[in-house]
Ligand binder design. Sequence first.
Ligand SMILES: NC(=O)c1ccc[n+]([C@@H]2O[C@H](COP(=O)([O-])OP(=O)(O)OC[C@H]3O[C@@H](n4cnc5c(N)ncnc54)[C@H](OP(=O)(O)O)[C@@H]3O)[C@@H](O)[C@H]2O)c1
Length: 257
Amino acid sequence: MTDLFRLDGKVAVVTGGGRGIGLMMARGLLQAGASVYLSSRKEAELDAAVEALSPLGRVSAVPADLGTAEGVAALTAAVTGREDAIHALFNNAGAAWGAPYEEFPESGFDKVYNVNVKGVFLLTRALTPLLNAAATEDDPARVINTGSIDGIVAPGKGRDNFSYSASKAAVHMLTRHLAGELAPKILVNAIAPGLFESRMTKEMLRAGSDAVGAGMPLGRIGQPDDIAGISVFLASRASAYITGAVIPVDGGVSTIS
Ligand SMILES: NC(=O)c1ccc[n+]([C@@H]2O[C@H](COP(=O)([O-])OP(=O)(O)OC[C@H]3O[C@@H](n4cnc5c(N)ncnc54)[C@H](OP(=O)(O)O)[C@@H]3O)[C@@H](O)[C@H]2O)c1
């Protein structure tokens, strides 16, 4: 049974892997036996992540701005130069923007959409040959996109992340669309996280994780193992019959509250 969930011999790419949720994903994947490439813009952050994760397995970093076609090409070239096949691509890099409705700048849409939506499409397409090369009949390759519960339930009045919520709904639909396009060799699913501690959620957690979590259906915010568990599952043979799914990992926030 444990074989179903092991990732030994598999290669994964995790964008936004230098910190936050991407780092939680990378740690879980390495612990399950995969080799991991991390990518994001800040080289120093990537280096620190590689140093911290190296005891767990083979991990390396490729700095790239994935909101641009050039950055996508650079990451693709780096990985293609070193690997013949990629078993799992985690499109997790993401950006957010907050500003009052009346003042929300056009650039707040461009920046967020470039990384959260366009970059996901371009990188998936660029790595499709390597993903196809990894696919087998009983264990297809995987694309796992990071969406958000903000793309499922509209943020309430005063939560001024207009381009972010719209971009995450787009990620969920792109997940379903690409699942159809890339079947049967590549499965495409999305994780829709609730609230996890990261740079992006610093403001939302100002009152403290325990206080904020207490108001949630499961009485807590998300923890690193909650991300590791779903990430390993979606990269493993255990999920070989799931594609086009958007899975909330939110302690019930989007469904119960
Ligand atoms: N934390 C939560 O509660 C939560 C909830 C729902 C969804 N999410 C989603 O989870 C994902 C990870 O976010 P996080 O919470 O871990 O926040 P975070 O700590 O801010 O991480 C964002 C990651 O994306 C990278 N990134 C941003 N812009 C990039 C670009 N142009 N090119 C390449 N990499 C870029 C960042 O690295 P650089 O800045 O170095 O590029 C960083 O590694 C995002 O897609 C976010 O929308 C998070």
